[in-house]
Design a protein around this ligand. Structure first.
Ligand SMILES: *Cc1c(COP(=O)(O)O)cnc(C)c1O
Length: 339
């Protein structure tokens, strides 16, 4: 495949040369295999198709000014995939094998890692699925691990721009004792409809509330929420949100910048008091929030009066991106250079 026009890339799928696969059969994982086939051949009675026995990850490779390719905290993704596997009774994919597979797929597709100047990156999507014939509701006995890559454009084509989000109490993403803390496809299926409704109304995402009491902030669809006030970075503590690696990194960066960090329940009304707010995750790093409209209470919380991101969110965004691209010192050993 040829290189894309780097400046035209969006967050879509652009075909690359190789993917890496691995099969679990008879109680053990086989060898990693490099494949050029973009299709997979699985049994129609596979548990991933019927009962959502599927988990995934998302991380990126960045090319620095020095031409080197960097991965950001890939061992965190490896461990989280193992947690997800335990959560829905799948065979665990070993952390070391995960790291090896990610390096292998990036190296095999090296020329798709966008140049530094483009501001783009290579998105890496690992997935783990239950396969093999099965009709009863129980865990599969065979699994497939796959990892593919696709170059993605800078998330903010027109710069780092705040967008509006909506609170809609008619929908939940995940239940407190359900699967919200693991990265499984089922959580996303539940979020598609509210997400679609929010988009139709002009919002970039739904800010979900805790499913039980509808009192506290949970997360923003595929990204964690944070608010900033009084030199403090505040992010929800909840039994139904996904532990974002970006959020964990921002908590550390906030501390490094001399801020306080609080992980606790955030009542909806507290939105009133935040100086800045944002959503965070691998795709955007930080998506600053312009305004949250509570559609049931007919109330609006505004975080940006001039349509620009706040100074602290901007500083944090620049610091994290700087570490990822190798422009800012990697004090915490978060970056893995692919040799
Ligand atoms: C993946 C994901 C995030 C972001 O996690 P990162 O590790 O920062 O990419 C947030 N919320 C949900 C529901 C997710 O699936």
């Amino acid at each position: 495949m040829k290189n894309p026009d780097w400046s035209q890339l969006t967050f879509g799928y652009y075909p690359t040369d190789y993917n890496v696969r691995c099969e679990y059969k008879d109680g053990k994982w086989g060898e990693l295999q490099l494949s050029q086939d973009t299709n997979i051949n699985i049994h129609m009675a596979s548990s991933c198709l019927h009962y959502g026995q599927e988990a995934f990850e998302g991380l990126k490779a960045f090319r620095g000014k020095d031409g080197k390719i960097r991965l950001f905290r890939p061992e965190e993704n490896a461990r989280r995939l193992a947690d997800s596997a335990h959560g829905i009774m799948m065979a665990e994919f070993p952390v070391e094998k995960f790291l090896e597979a990610v390096k292998m797929v990036v190296k095999a597709n090296e020329h798709f890692v966008p140049p530094y100047e483009s501001g783009a990156s290579l998105y890496i999507r690992p997935l783990l699925i239950g396969v093999g014939p099965l009709v009863g509701v129980k865990p599969a006995s065979e699994y497939m691990f796959l990892v593919f890559v696709t170059p993605v454009g800078p998330y903010f084509k027109d710069g780092f721009k705040p967008t509006p989000m909506a609170i809609m109490r008619g929908y939940d993403r995940a239940a407190p004792l359900g699967t919200g803390t693991i990265k499984v496809g089922g959580n996303y299926a539940a979020s598609l409809k509210p997400g679609h409704i929010a988009h139709e109304k002009g919002y970039s995402a739904v800010l979900f509330l805790d499913a039980k009491e509808k009192k506290y902030l949970d997360e923003c669809g595929p990204a964690n929420f944070f608010g900033i006030k009084n030199n403090t970075y505040i992010t929800p503590d909840s039994p139904s949100i996904l532990p974002s690696i970006t959020n964990k990194s921002l908590c550390q960066i906030a501390e490094d910048l001399g801020m306080k960090v609080e992980r606790r329940h955030i009542p909806v009304e507290e939105l009133e008091t935040f100086e800045e707010a944002g959503a965070c995750g691998t795709a955007a790093v930080i998506s600053p929030i312009l305004r949250v409209d509570d559609l049931d209470e007919n109330k609006s919380y505004v975080f940006s009066k001039d349509g620009k991101a706040g100074p602290i969110s901007t500083k944090m965004y620049e610091t994290l991106r700087g570490i990822q691209y190798g422009d800012v010192e990697d004090k915490h050993g978060w970056v893995t250079i692919i040799e």
